[in-house]
Every structure is written in structure tokens, then in C-alpha cells.
Design a protein around this ligand. Sequence first.
Ligand code: GTP
Ligand code: SPV
Ligand code: MN
Length: 610
Amino acid sequence: MKTSHIANDLNNWVEEIAALTKPDAVVWYEGDAGQREELTVQMVAEGKLIRLNPAKRPGSFLARSSPEDVARVEDRTFICSTDPADAGPTNNWRAPEDMRRTLDTAFEGSMKGRTMYVVPFALGVIDGPLTQVGVEITDSPYVVLSMGIMARLDVRIRSLIDQGCPWVACVHSVGYPLRDAAGKTRADVAWPSNETKYIAHFPEARQIWSFGSGYGGNALLAKKCFALRIASVMAREEGWLAEHMLLIRITSPEGRRFHVAGAFPSACGKTNLAMLQPTIPGWSIETIGDDIAWLKPGDDGRLWAINPEAGFFGVAPGTSSRTNPVAIETMKSNTIFTNVALDDDGDVWWEGLTDIPPQQLTDWQGHPWDPTSGKPAAHPNSRFTTPIDQCPTLADDIDRGVPIDAIIFGGRRATNVPLVAQARDWSHGVFMGATVSSEQTAAAEGTIGDLRRDPFAMLPFCGYNMADYWRHWLDIGTLLGPKAPAVFQVNWFRKGADDNYLWPGFGENARVLEWIVRRIQGIVSGLSSPLGTLPRTDDLDLNGLDVQAEDLTRLFDIDFGSWHDEARSISSFFDGFGTRLPTQLRDELLLLKRHISGSESIAHDLTSPM
Ligand code: GTP
Ligand code: SPV
Ligand code: MN
């Protein structure tokens, strides 16, 4: 019988992985609250979690990773497509058979002495319009608990798979067996990991194999590995989009609702924008998602979106009741903190949480913190993992998805990129997305501050050739036609000569969102510029805001010399994609070059209303 054959498939697969990795026990984990509690008790006893003061932070824990395992490892992330051209120039490619051989060796006996957990999960609500299911096998109880927050665990998922629902197989091991091939044992450590890491994706087989890291996107395989890299491949084949985007609902003072999706590179403000508290009266924002969105043209011809995740894995440093009160409220309980500092009252702390650090602190590595050391108490990529339904601004009735009115692209740029600009049309919007650039943050290994192109904020997350991805975006635009969302570019991070941010950001970003909404409604004009349509400064609501007139001018300044260099840099970036680069993007670049050549004036002088 077909069904039982497929049921066997999952059970067979679990048996096969157990035969390879040789754990001491196999345990299914499907979201049972009692089992969760037991696991936390066990992890506290083993020194893998610290229970935070229940009076201050109920149901919450601190985990400390090993110092060599603190962020995504992009140079160890592989796309194993049959044809290297399908991975493209921005991914690390390995031949599938070579990688399988490597993984067979790495995973052989890798779970000896440990428990192997089997975690079926859904991305999206069960029966939702874009929902996908998967099963993660892992030997990390930290990953099990985190998956329980970030994805939907449900006993019904196993029956769905039994009934033939396609699923993505995800195998994870920290690569720290407690017994070697000769039977010699070793003690466990608080954060087991392996110096050698592989984050391997098999897009054609729809499989993920991750070895050696227990941290975030390396190990919670439902997140970047499935919901972005594998899902982007599925989306291209099936006519939808899997994106590194936040999702919000904006309600105007007249009570009209608008839905906005925004792509920003890692640690560039998605969580902040997703939970934004507008500083201008009458406007409200509801949270839908802070990291990943799946978008699909609906029967009505509009683009509909869901957040496939069930939790937030947010950057802790910089999060405070001033910058993001909603996040602070969300993580009051039932939260796993990773690599933050611990105070002597059993609560957490990180740089930016308060202006003055508490008296006694233990740093993220478990040592007494010396405030004069110059070293941060919390790791710059320390994070909180917290359930989305604890978010006080969470939007309701979103299970069927929301229709998208605008898409915004943002990066961290000290220069050149204006506070906000609207794309002239969809292909200009795709050009804006394709050329997003940002200064490197601590979310991935690398040199902080280095400028890199991060197209659509998907550079580390696109599971196939980036040029084909751009083509797919152009095709979706053709399909949507006049119902396509409007596209904007924003930059909260432009700096003045004194190295200070020119724009106050955070809640004040609502002033930019207001302009965006008014543009969608067609009730405010703009100024055409080489970079798209800019706001007239009179049209930005700056009431009660302390921004100097000259800073405002600088926020929109277009320096043609710098833009020549920028265009050259885009040109050489595009050259890397050879003939796969869509001609529309080449044309957009030519247009940009034409617009910025032979002109010395700044935007506001040469522009005309539109
Ligand atoms: P990932 O979870 O890594 O994908 O990132 P994210 O985009 O959700 O990052 P998050 O919102 O946590 O970004 C945090 C960083 O952005 C912190 O350093 C914040 O201080 C900074 N940030 C967020 N919004 C603003 C803003 O409006 N202005 C400025 N200057 N900084 C901001
Ligand atoms: C990011 O780096 O974009 C994250 C964190 O959202 S991780 O899940 O670790 O990739
Ligand atoms: Mn992210």
C-alpha cells in the first residue's frame, strides 16, 4: 500500500541515520510540554543551560556556546547541485557525490554516546496556503528546544507525512561523539561542536546535512537552510518566492491597512522594523514576521505573504526599551538567550540594554566581566529565541497570508544610499534589490565593516544561481503586472562627517513608512532623481524631530563622483554572473550610468516633481 510505503520512508530514514551515526537512543520530539520541561531539567543538570531567575525571567534559560561557534559559517556552507552553474558564483559548490562521501565519513558514529532526537516540524500553520513540512534529526538538545520555539511542532505532522505529504529531510550533528571507534569514552562539554563544519544543501534531493556547529542558522535547519536555501529552489520551480524579509501591517490614521515586506541583511534592523512603535500620531504597526517571508501570487493576482516561522531569533545587543520595547516585552519569559551576559540576580544583560551595566556581570564565556577590559560582556551576535505569540504587537488573522502593498530593500550604508527612494517600476526595483550593499555585521564570520554586495539580503541564503534568482523576480513582476507591489530602498545608517548617524532611526522610521504609504496611495508627489523618486522634504512629517536642515539634505545627497565608483562596482559585480545576468539589469545599470554622467548637481536641484 502506498501510504504505508511512505510511512516506512520516514521510519526507514530515521533507522538509516541511526545506523550511520550510532546514537545510544532515539527519541521523537513533537512539541509535548512535559517532554520539553524534562529536557530543560536535564540540560540544566548537565551544565548546558543556566536557568534564569524565575521571578525575573520565568521559563527562561541562558546557553553559552563555545567561542569558536558563535555565528553562521558562510565559507563552510555548500550548495551541492549537479551542475556547478546552478549554484552560481555567489555560493560554494561541491559535487553531490563528493559531498556525500565526505558527509558519510563525518557522520559515521558522530552521535555515539548521545541521544538522537527526531523533530518533525511545519513551516507555516498546518493547512496554511504555503505551508511546508520537514523533519530534523539532531543530537543537540539545545537545537531541539530552539526548534520548538522557531518552528511549529505538532503530532499531526507525522500523519501528514504518512499520508504522502512531501517533506524535507534535515540531518544535524554537533560532531562531538562521546565514544570513539575503539570504544574509548570522553566527557561531554557544555557546548559540543567540531572545528570542521559542513552546512550542506542538496537542492535536487531536497536534503540538508549539517555537521560541526550547534549555533543558529548553522543548526536550526528549518530556518536558513530550509526556509531560505531549499525553499528558494522550490519557490523558483513552483512560481513563488522565499525571502529574507520582515513582514508588517501598517494602519493609517484613517484605518486603512497596508502590508509591507522588507529585505535587510543580517543584523541590519529587520527585527526593529518588524516591531516598530510609530512616533507619529494615528499610525500603528503590527508584527507578522522579522526574518523570513514566503510570497506567492494569489488568485486575485496580488502577491500574498506568510511568515513561515513561529518565533524570533533576534540580535540581543542594541535591543532596549528605548530602541525596541516590543522585543523587550516579548522576551520577558519562555526565552532562550545565547551568549549574553548574566547579572548576579540571575537575569541577562547585553550592551545597549541599559546605559550603565549592572555592578557584577559574568560575560558570555562565563568569566567575571571587567568593564575596563574593552571587551563586550555579551557577544555581538548574542541572540534571544522567543515565541512569536508572546509578541504584544502580533497581527491576528494572518494564517491565510497578507496581500503585499510594498517591498523595501535596505542595507547598512554610511554613504551614498539615500534615506528613501522609490523605484520607477518593477525592473528598477529588482535592480535596487540586486545591488543592495551593506557593511559586514557580526551575524556571520568575517571582517566587521567591510562593504559587500548582499543582493536582496540573500547573498548567504539563495539556494541557486543568483542571476537566475533575479530572472525569477523579474518573471514574478511580469505575472503580477499592475498589481505588483511598489518597491522602495531605504538606508537608516547614513553617517555625517562626524561619524554619527544622520537619521535617528528606530521608531522615527515610521516617518519614512508614512511617506511610502502615501506614495502607494498616490496622494503625495516626489522628486525624480537618478536613484528613483525621492521625497520632497516638505512631504516628510518631521514634527517634533530634532534633525538639522543640513543633515536632512545630506540624507538625500547624491554625490556623482561616488556614484560613478558605485556604478563601476555594480558593473564588476554583475560581470561575475556572465551571460546569465538578465538583460533588464544590464539595462538598468546603463540607465543609472547615463543619469549620473555629465551632471554635477545634487539631487534636489536637478529633480522635477512627479
Ligand atoms: P538577522 O536576525 O541577523 O537577520 O537581523 P535583523 O535584520 O533582524 O537585525 P536586527 O533588527 O536585530 O538589527 C540589529 C541591529 O540594527 C542593531 O545593531 C540595531 O541597533 C541596528 N538598528 C536597527 N534599526 C536601526 C535604525 O533604525 N537605525 C540604526 N542606526 N540602527 C538600527
Ligand atoms: C541571520 O544571520 O540572518 C540570522 C541569524 O537571522 S541565523 O539564523 O543564525 O542565520
Ligand atoms: Mn536573518
